[in-house]
Ligand binder design. Structure first.
Ligand code: NAG
Ligand code: NAG
Length: 193
């Protein structure tokens, strides 16, 4: 059953119209790593609007929603499809709710760490290994914080959700442009062209 659900997700990526069929998959949470294709507010939280200028998802969310897009992103449609709330960005400290997952993506992220700063080149310091470190930290600390009870119990996922969640990866194209713009060995450039 789980395999069928995962296959459906891949099919969905190719044919978004079939997202409705995911309702039956029943994933209790979604965890995402990625770049601008799926950032739901992290870069805006870290660096403010100059780094992530409007429209920020305004046409759909009716206020700035931290997306580098004038509406919803694919990750938003996936959340709708599996029946969980839109994912909060892990790095957003305001109004976040992680009961049904967390989003570690940031605009400009790469798989490999880049030897440059966002101010020099526009690439995010939150590369895939950092996103994984944040997820590991989240996995451990969310359970400790949940045990405090009260409001915290309703802001973080129960432990079982981690093993039955949907994990999505949407990262890699910035490595190609970074390799082209920054490293620039002629052979590397040629292989990308
Ligand atoms: C950054 O520099 C380190 C140390 O020189 C190197 O190992 C790594 O491959 C470099 N990263 C990129 C993306 O070029
Ligand atoms: C977080 O979201 C879940 C799902 O929508 C909801 O049940 C829960 O009450 C929310 N937590 C808080 C503290 O609002």
């Amino acid at each position: 059953m789980e395999l069928i659900c995962k296959l459906l997700v891949y099919v969905t990526l190719l044919f978004p119209i079939s997202i409705l069929s995911l309702q039956e998959c029943n994933f209790p949470a979604v965890f995402n790593v990625g770049d601008s294709g799926s950032d739901t507010g992290a870069l805006l939280s870290m660096f403010g609007e100059p780094a992530a200028p409007p429209p920020n998802g305004e046409t759909f969310f009716h206020s700035s929603a931290g997306r580098v897009c004038d509406g919803r992103l694919l990750i938003d449609f996936i959340a709708e499809g599996v029946g969980v709330p839109y994912l909060s960005a892990f790095l957003d400290s305001m109004g976040t709710n992680f009961t049904h997952g967390a989003n570690f993506a940031t605009v400009g992220s790469t798989i490999r760490r880049q030897n440059t700063t966002i101010f020099q080149s526009g690439y995010s310091p939150i590369s895939l290994d950092i996103q994984y470190a944040q997820f590991s930290n989240f996995l451990k600390r969310s359970q400790i914080i949940r045990r405090k009870g009260g409001v915290f119990k309703n802001l973080f996922p129960e432990e079982f959700k981690f093993s039955s969640a949907l994990y999505t990866f949407d990262i890699g194209h910035n490595d190609l442009t970074a390799g082209y713009q920054l490293n620039m060995s002629p052979g590397y450039q040629y292989s990308i062209q």
